[in-house]
Design a protein around this ligand. Structure first.
Ligand code: FES
Length: 123
C-alpha cells in the first residue's frame, strides 16, 4: 500500500500511540481519535463524545472502552456505542495495522468528500 491508496492513509506507527491511550488525527472530516488498547488492538472514532462533545481522545481506555473525560460516559471502542444506561453513538473509522504501521480509511474525507463513518449517523 502506498502512503494513500484506496482511501487508506498512513498515520504513523502503532508505537506512536500509547497503550491505553490515544492519538488525534486531524482530517477534513474533523478530529479522529485513534485508540490503542492494552492488548494492542486499535480503533478509530470521531473525537467527539455523543453526550456533550467531550474529547474522547483525552479519556482513559479500560479494556475495549474509553471513559469520556467530561462526565464519564463509557464508549465501546468496537461498536462506537455508549454503554448502558447511557444512549448514543460515535462515528467509527476502519483502521488497520500492517507491519507495525497504522492505516486509517477516510474514503475521501481528506478531500472533503463523504466520510466512511460506520454505525452512527448524526442526522
Ligand atoms: S461530554 Fe462526554 S460524558 Fe459528557
Amino acid at each position: 500500500m502506498n502512503a494513500m491508496t484506496e482511501g487508506w492513509l498512513k498515520i504513523g506507527r502503532l508505537h506512536d500511540v500509547p497503550r491505553q491511550g490515544a492519538r488525534v488525527v486531524r482530517t477534513a472530516a474533523g478530529a479522529i481519535a485513534v485508540f490503542r488498547t492494552h492488548d494492542d488492538q486499535v480503533y478509530a472514532l470521531e473525537d467527539r463524545c455523543p453526550h456533550k462533545g467531550g474529547p474522547l481522545s483525552q479519556g482513559i481506555v479500560h479494556g475495549h472502552r474509553v471513559a469520556c473525560p467530561l462526565h464519564d460516559w463509557r464508549i465501546d471502542l468496537e461498536s462506537g456505542q455508549a454503554v448502558a444506561p447511557d444512549v448514543g453513538c460515535v462515528a467509527r473509522y476502519p483502521v488497520r495495522i500492517i507491519d507495525g504501521e497504522l492505516w486509517l480509511q477516510l474514503n475521501g474525507a481528506m478531500l472533503g468528500g463523504p466520510t466512511p463513518a460506520q454505525g452512527c449517523r448524526h442526522d
